[in-house]
Design a protein around this ligand. Structure first.
Ligand code: P5A
Length: 441
């Protein structure tokens, strides 16, 4: 993509309304635009990241055996009346009346709708277990939308729902999501620590939230350093091995981890030696729940068991804040100059800077690199604008692409270009061929 033909409205100055770094950087880097309180448009740079985050979430859900569907954003109030949540949900639910005076709502979550969908599509125990998920916009009329996409009113969530014959079987479904969440966040360059949580308006008797460490997180967190030492991608635990998975999760959850709501300082000190205690702040990027038959009973989601008896299915729901993650990743990965994207979610792989647009040699060298990097499968943002060098460097650092290739007449005289790694700040002067090799090898 050529920057001269792109839409990336950069702000030179810090926007007044941004209280935290991710909000400030997302506005400055032209990633999002606020349309009204807590409601955002995703501009091209932001949208690319959102799609990458969404795709990682999707791949890991699929890998765990969950099946993707898509439910609408607008729901009828009827099912919510049956589950009893129409009144319980209160002012956070955006209620709408259609032209026939029917009560509708913009979904804040989908337990009712999916339970009804599942009820109408299954008959017997042979149809279980299943886990269905979708990635869809939600609306919650938060009393204080703030921190940009971190606490929006309209936000993108991945929500999965599991259906099992028994509590024990549902436990395995819960554990599968647990592991898949750890893998998902790790792929985005994040360490997410699972913590026992309150179930709130979703209900149920078992719940964990996953928190990413960041100074600006809304919750204070206290945990054992052991959480930072696991490699979930390499753990080799199979989703089909119920016992092995349970053992791994038992081990993992036996370490101390709590948010300020559940924290007990004396227990923390008794269970974790001083050198292993970590305290900080965290952002909740995922939340999983087991709620048994809370929705299947009122909504009549029954299946015939092997013994011929009708039984209510046991369910859980599993959320990931996809749009919140974009802000969360920035909170966890930035410096004074701007964003530092982990490779897996970067909007482009490489920023190519032409220091003298109009100079025939520089233009030719840039074009050649642009084409060759593209042919090698890398996404390149080519700054071919006529802005001065200082401005170009600042913009590239601000938008945080993993690599920068800087091409100017002075270096080219000696047959050299510069390659900069955004994260380490390391710079190397290389021939264009060696630069290509460095980025594609
Ligand atoms: C689980 C899936 C649920 O809604 N029902 C379906 C359950 N859980 S939750 O904890 O309430 O939300 C899941 C995740 O969504 C993100 N999130 C938000 N992101 C941005 N702005 C918001 N206002 C917002 N509210 C929730 C969080 O990451 C949360 O963990």
């Amino acid at each position: 993509m050529r920057l001269s033909q792109y839409f990336m409205p950069i702000l030179r100055d810090d926007p007044k309304e941004a209280e935290i770094v991710s909000h400030r950087l997302m506005l400055r880097a032209g990633m999002v635009r606020q349309e009204s309180a807590g409601i955002y448009s995703w501009l091209p740079m932001g949208y690319r990241v959102l799609k990458k985050v969404e795709q990682i979430v999707r791949e890991e859900q699929n890998r765990s055996g969950a099946i993707e569907v898509l439910m609408p954003t607008i729901q009828s109030a009827d099912l919510w009346r049956k589950s009893g949540r129409y009144d319980d949900y209160g002012k956070e639910m955006l209620r709408i009346t259609d032209r026939h005076d029917r009560d509708m709502l913009y979904g804040p979550t989908n337990e009712e709708m999916i339970t009804e969908m599942f009820r109408s599509g299954v008959q017997s125990y042979k149809d279980l277990p299943r886990n269905l998920y979708h990635i869809q916009w939600k609306f919650r009329d938060e009393i204080r939308p703030r921190f940009g996409v971190m606490r929006g009113r309209e936000f993108l969530m991945k929500d999965a729902y599991s259906f099992d014959l028994s509590k024990e079987a549902a436990r395995h479904s819960y554990n599968k999501m647990f592991l898949s969440y750890l893998k998902t966040f790790q792929r985005m360059g994040l360490t997410a620590v699972p913590m026992k949580a309150d179930t709130g308006p979703i209900g149920g008797d078992q719940s964990h939230e996953f928190l990413v460490l960041a100074e600006t997180g809304e919750s204070e967190v206290f945990f054992d350093r052991g959480y930072l030492e696991m490699d979930w991608q390499a753990s080799g635990i199979s989703y089909d091995d119920a016992e092995g998975l349970q053992a791994a999760i038992n081990g993992f959850t036996s370490l101390y981890a709590a948010t300020d709501e559940e924290h007990d300082q004396s227990e923390f000190e008794a269970r974790v030696t001083e050198d292993r205690r970590v305290t900080g702040r965290g952002i909740e990027v995922g939340h999983i729940f087991y709620f048994g038959t809370k929705y299947s009973e009122p909504l009549g989601c029954l299946v015939q068991g092997a013994d011929g008896q009708q039984t209510a299915v046991h369910s859980g729901s599993y959320g990931i804040g996809v749009s919140r993650l974009v802000g969360g990743i920035i909170e966890a990965s930035h410096d004074d100059a701007g964003i530092i994207w982990p490779k897996a979610v970067a909007p482009f792989d490489v920023g190519l800077i032409n220091l003298k647009v109009g100079d025939a040699d520089t233009d030719a060298a840039c074009l050649s690199l642009y084409q060759q990097l593209g042919n090698a499968g890398l996404d390149v943002l080519y700054d071919d604008t006529d802005e001065r060098a200082g401005g170009k460097f600042n913009t590239m650092d601000l938008i945080g692409l993993p690599w920068q290739v800087i091409v100017g007449p002075r270096g080219l005289k000696d047959g050299m270009v510069e390659v900069k790694n955004r994260k380490s700040g390391e710079r190397d002067t290389l021939s264009p061929e060696a630069a290509l090799q460095r980025l594609t090898g």
